[in-house]
Design a binder for this molecule. Structure first.
Ligand SMILES: *[C@@H]1O[C@H](CO)[C@@H](O)[C@H](O)[C@H]1NC(C)=O
Ligand SMILES: *[C@@H]1O[C@H](CO)[C@@H](O)[C@H](O)[C@H]1NC(C)=O
Ligand SMILES: *[C@@H]1O[C@H](CO)[C@@H](O)[C@H](O)[C@H]1NC(C)=O
Ligand SMILES: *[C@@H]1O[C@H](CO)[C@@H](O)[C@H](O)[C@H]1NC(C)=O
Length: 364
């Protein structure tokens, strides 16, 4: 590999003023030529290119958007190349990296060891429900609701998919007060299933959510929205209700089936991927802007077991604001999947088995 050409600006600054524009143009031409030449050498070599097994790079149909065929987009896809290409020839289409997400995760943890693994990794090996809630916390919370406020949380889609997939592990992105998580737990119980339901949420709501949901949430305390203890309190109430009004039994406390993962969706999904925690069913209902939904869907896909199903909320409602729908539609197109609208929800076709990717035929 050739060394990087020296930066053009420093040599040009020593030249007389009237020559500078010409020199700068000549130097950038030489740089573009040198980069193009080395790329040509690389592509003509017989060295096999690295297998694209780790990541998928989708090339958007945006080549026509880049500047006049200078092949700058090729150079710019490499950080080094980008630095050498002058800003005027930087492509106006997004770098292909925006389409690149990790697809391979760690060795799978057995489904029945998932909760134990997460208790160890996240909660010092202790159930967060042990001794919960302490009196001083209970005093700050709303009365626990076994059926808390939610949106579209009891849609038919939940029962339908749980019956179809019979999940052992469910991941939910965006849990709020636990309405849909507790509904999924109830549906599962009716089907004699007992999946681990992992609820990823930062439990802070969103800016100014309190304006509209004051009646449903506790008052904040020293800047803490208290949504995590309220969620947990609702989970405990639902477990007690399911146990026929008795206190939730010890087993339900020490080996909880509904487990909060109180982190941002991106960081939690990355950790699940690294630890080999996979889900059979994933519900996406977190950030509704395009970029949040796009990242959530892509990162979650990596921890969806082959044959598993991903679905989510707000495909047709005004809350979508075309963010979720755009992300889902783009993702389905990139992966060669079908989107099935279902009430307020969207459902993607099951994740294809390893090595058979729906998107292969679509890559160009
Ligand atoms: C851009 O580079 C590729 C090889 O990297 C080459 O096949 C293609 O013809 C080049 N396009 C232009 C417009 O130079
Ligand atoms: C891309 O950049 C790396 C250093 O970041 C360099 O080693 C590699 O050769 C570059 N590849 C191309 C095609 O320019
Ligand atoms: C918590 O409150 C209950 C009654 O509301 C009381 O019986 C119990 O002793 C209190 N626990 C602690 C640790 O203060
Ligand atoms: C579970 O079954 C009971 C009894 O048939 C029913 O009343 C309840 O609505 C069911 N719950 C869900 C969430 O389907």
């Amino acid at each position: 590999m050739k060394p990087r050409p020296p930066a053009g600006a420093s040599s040009a600054s020593a030249a007389p003023g009237r020559l500078r524009p010409h020199l700068a143009r000549l130097v950038s031409f030489l740089i573009v030529f040198a980069v193009g030449y080395s790329l040509g050498l690389l592509s003509s070599s017989t060295r096999p290119s690295p297998r694209p097994s780790q990541t998928t790079i989708i090339r958007p149909h945006a080549v026509h958007l880049t500047d006049g065929g200078s092949n700058a987009s090729q150079a710019a896809s490499n950080g080094t190349g980008a630095a050498a290409v002058s800003s005027s020839s930087y492509p106006r289409s997004p770098p292909h990296d925006l389409f690149r997400f990790k697809e391979e995760c760690g060795e799978p943890v057995p489904s029945d060891a998932v909760v134990r693994t997460l208790l160890d990794k996240l909660f010092d090996g202790e159930s967060p429900y042990a001794g919960f809630p302490p009196n001083h916390t209970a005093a700050l919370l709303h009365p626990a609701a076994a059926r808390p406020r939610g949106w579209g949380s009891t849609g038919a889609v939940f029962a339908e998919l749980i019956e179809e997939v019979r999940p052992e592990v469910i991941v939910e992105l965006g849990a709020f007060l636990g309405a849909s998580a507790l509904h999924m737990a109830a549906v599962s119980r009716n089907l004699s299933l007992s999946p681990a339901i992992l609820c990823i949420d930062d439990f802070r709501g969103w800016p100014a959510f309190r304006d509209r949901f004051r009646r449903d949430v506790p008052a904040q305390r020293h800047g803490d929205a208290l949504l995590l203890p309220q969620f947990m309190s609702n989970v405990v109430a639902a477990a007690a209700a399911a146990a026929g009004g008795a206190e939730a039994d010890d087993d339900a406390v020490s080996r909880p089936r509904v487990l909060p993962l109180p982190f941002s969706t991106a960081s939690a999904l990355r950790a699940l991927c690294e630890w080999g925690v996979y889900a059979d069913l994933i519900e996406v209902d977190a950030g509704h802007d395009f970029h949040s939904a796009w990242a959530d869907i892509n990162l979650a896909w990596a921890v969806l077991r082959p044959g598993g199903v991903m679905f989510g909320h707000d495909y047709f409602t005004s809350a979508d604001d075309r963010g979720v729908r755009r992300a889902v539609t783009l993702f389905a197109r990139v992966k060669g999947l079908a989107v099935r609208p279902h009430g307020q929800h969207w459902v993607l076709s099951p994740k294809p088995p390893r090595g058979r990717r729906g998107d292969d035929a679509r890559r160009r």
